[in-house]
Design a protein around this ligand. Structure first.
Ligand SMILES: *[C@@H]1O[C@H](CO)[C@@H](O)[C@H](O)[C@H]1NC(C)=O
Ligand SMILES: *[C@@H]1O[C@H](CO)[C@@H](O)[C@H](O)[C@H]1NC(C)=O
Ligand SMILES: *[C@@H]1O[C@H](CO)[C@@H](O)[C@H](O)[C@H]1NC(C)=O
Ligand SMILES: *[C@@H]1O[C@H](CO)[C@@H](O)[C@H](O)[C@H]1NC(C)=O
Ligand SMILES: *[C@@H]1O[C@H](CO)[C@@H](O)[C@H](O)[C@H]1NC(C)=O
Length: 579
């Protein structure tokens, strides 16, 4: 018996001493995890341990995917408090708390359990990537004393909840890292807005830059209606909880949503087993019209139309001279908000910012209309749930902000109009759908290329796009062959270089990334937009280049314009919004 116990203890000790082979998924109250040791989840998906991000020497406790060629960290414990002097130690202490200390025993981070736990506890790394603290006997249950999923870093994993536990007031939000070397919270935030008509909002600091639109029973109002082959998602909104979550259809597949550190982007990645790399699956914002309040109050964004910003029927631009869309639109004739008013139904809309909105799940559309008419600040209404015949009532008060039109998806919105406006009849929303297929664009490009060849000139006028086509050699020459010294920065669609043409003209060159399909679409949109919207305040688009794999946009270089206007901007308006 004693011999057995002795060898057991020896065995345990050896286990402890052999660095990095701590192939267990749990530690208990009597154990600790020091720098060099790791916990590995049962199926080997995730690993918990100490790491140094990027080129930093600081040590952090974190969770990453096991067995990936590049370490992808999904959670960091001591984000704001790195260990920099000595090896750290993670302990489950006597009162059941999870405590991270540096060598001098000072507490670097702790799980801050609200109450002392007397029963023996276990810390376990689950295959979902969740690090949980639970009672030793609560193996199967999903009630935890503490879990890392409640304190997200910059990554949302399948099964995590983005949003609120309304009973405890706990909020789970995603915040970008400051930089690749520093996991402390950066400026970019993704969170659930806790309001009558909740939605998901992305912010830089306190400033919104994208919103999901309210949940309509099936999905968020801003998501096109199409089945998703890769993951399921849901939004829970009841008295106890308010959150967004997703999970993978193929449980063995890896996917993560990350807030980018430097760009106005939330990105979803999927792990490709074949190439052993993360593939970018989607970017949000997806396009220009996803930009929060791009068209100002009562303006509507129509991605395939020109201009992309327009006023709702019955409204006119609220600015003199050149249309400044940030000023939005005002009513043609003021509305006296009486019961004589009526509503015009707009279809396929992204519903407006729901900060000043009110919801009733029990009212029907008629009751909703009546209530809106009676309320002297109600501007619009619609069903809050579009499933089946539609049900519930959502009303908006004051100006309508951040509306867009979708070709596929969106929903109905009934906007209040004066009797005289209604007399004019059905809405005549000018929706010119400029669908230029990739093939058509290529035809233009090939034709242009042919002209270049024929005339043996560097620049030719391309009648269709009304913009000069540059030869790759010209741009390569101007940017010192895209040298790193000429690089101004990296944007959502690729790097931006500074250059100089032979005639001395300074240029900024946006080199679209080789995700060819996306690149070509962006290029098309941008070329069309810019060629129609030349204006002295805008960064001037001089031309473009498509040759082989390369897709380039060439702008006039303006030293005092913000980098964002070259980088993020698809269109001109970002100058005002992000500048
Ligand atoms: C366990 O850690 C918590 C948090 O640092 C601390 O408040 C508590 O006193 C510790 N318990 C013991 C027995 O050291
Ligand atoms: C724990 O509580 C302390 C003091 O209230 C606070 O400074 C610290 O940020 C908290 N840690 C976590 C991980 O919430
Ligand atoms: C409001 O407008 C309606 C229709 O234009 C009109 O009949 C009504 O008298 C107006 N009410 C006020 C208070 O101006
Ligand atoms: C309009 O309705 C909202 C929500 O019910 C309410 O808070 C507000 O006081 C109403 N305003 C008026 C003028 O009736
Ligand atoms: C941010 O997005 C850009 C463009 O997709 C990408 O190159 C970069 O790696 C991203 N940064 C992070 C930290 O994911």
């Amino acid at each position: 018996m004693d011999v057995f116990l002795f060898s057991f203890i020896c065995c345990k000790l050896l286990f402890f001493l052999s660095e990095s082979s701590f192939a267990s998924d749990t530690i208990t109250s009597s154990q600790s995890l020091s720098d060099g040791m790791t916990l590995v989840s049962k199926e080997g998906s995730f690993e918990l341990g100490f790491f140094s991000p990027g080129s930093s020497k600081n040590r952090y406790l974190g969770i990453w995917y096991k067995n990936m060629p590049v370490k992808t960290v999904v959670w960091v414990a001591n984000r704001i408090n790195p260990i920099n002097d000595s090896p750290g130690l993670l302990v489950v202490n006597q009162t059941g708390n999870l405590v991270l200390t540096s060598q001098d025993k000072s507490v670097v981070w702790s799980a801050n359990l609200s109450k002392e736990v007397r029963t023996p506890v276990v810390l376990q790394l689950l295959d979902s990537g969740n690090l949980v603290l639970r009672g030793e006997r609560d193996g199967g249950s999903e009630t935890y004393l503490w879990q890392s999923f409640d304190y997200p870093s910059d990554t949302l994993l399948p099964g995590m909840k983005l949003g609120w536990d309304l009973k405890t007031g706990l909020e789970r939000r995603i915040t970008s890292w400051k930089s690749p070397d520093d996991p402390s919270p950066g400026n970019f935030i993704w969170a659930v807005e806790r309001q009558d008509n909740p939605e998901l909002i992305m912010r830089k600091g306190s400033r919104k830059f994208q919103r999901s639109g309210p949940w309509n029973g099936l999905q968020f109002s801003a998501t096109p209606l199409r089945p998703n082959p890769i993951f399921n998602f849901g939004f829970v909104s009841n008295e106890d909880e308010l959150y967004y979550t997703f999970d993978m259809r193929d449980k063995a597949a890896f996917s993560r949503i990350v807030m980018n550190q430097t760009l106005y982007l939330r990105q979803r990645f999927i792990w490709e087993k074949a190439t052993q790399s993360w593939e970018l699956y989607s970017n949000v914002p997806r396009d220009l019209c996803d930009t929060y309040a791009l068209c100002g109050a009562n303006g509507i964004c129509i991605i395939n139309d020109l201009p992309v910003c327009q006023c709702l029927q019955g409204f006119k631009p609220n600015s003199r001279g050149y249309v400044d869309w940030s000023q939005g639109c005002v009513r043609d004739k003021s509305l006296n908000y009486s019961r004589q008013d009526g509503f015009i139904k707009f279809t396929a809309m992204k519903l407006p910012d729901a900060t000043l909105s009110w919801v009733s799940k029990s009212m029907n559309l008629n009751e909703c209309r009546e209530k809106c008419l009676d309320n002297s600040s109600c501007m619009a209404y619609t069903n809050s749930d579009i499933r089946g015949e539609g049900s519930g009532c959502a009303m908006w008060f004051g100006d309508l902000i951040d509306i867009r039109y979708f070709q596929d998806g969106g929903q109905d919105l009934y906007i209040r109009m004066s009797a005289s406006e209604l007399a004019k009849g059905v809405p005549r929303m000018k929706i010119v759908v400029t669908v230029i297929s990739t093939a058509a664009l290529l035809a233009v490009v090939i034709a242009a290329g042919y002209l270049v060849h024929k005339r043996r000139r560097n620049i030719v006028q391309n009648m269709d796009l009304e913009l000069p086509l540059f030869e790759l050699a010209t741009i390569a020459n101007a940017t010192d062959n895209f040298s790193i010294n000429n690089k101004l920065g990296e944007g959502g669609f690729g790097p931006v270089y500074k250059g100089m043409l032979v005639d001395g003209q300074e240029i900024a060159v946006k080199r679209l990334s080789k995700i060819s399909e996306q690149g070509l679409k962006e290029l098309k949109n941008e070329v069309i937009l810019f060629s129609k919207l030349q204006h002295r305040n805008l960064v001037k688009l001089l031309g473009y280049c498509i040759q082989g794999e390369e897709k380039l946009l060439i702008y006039e270089f303006m030293p005092n314009k913000s980098l964002n206007s070259f980088i993020f901007g698809l269109g001109p308006y970002n100058l005002k919004i992000f500048g």
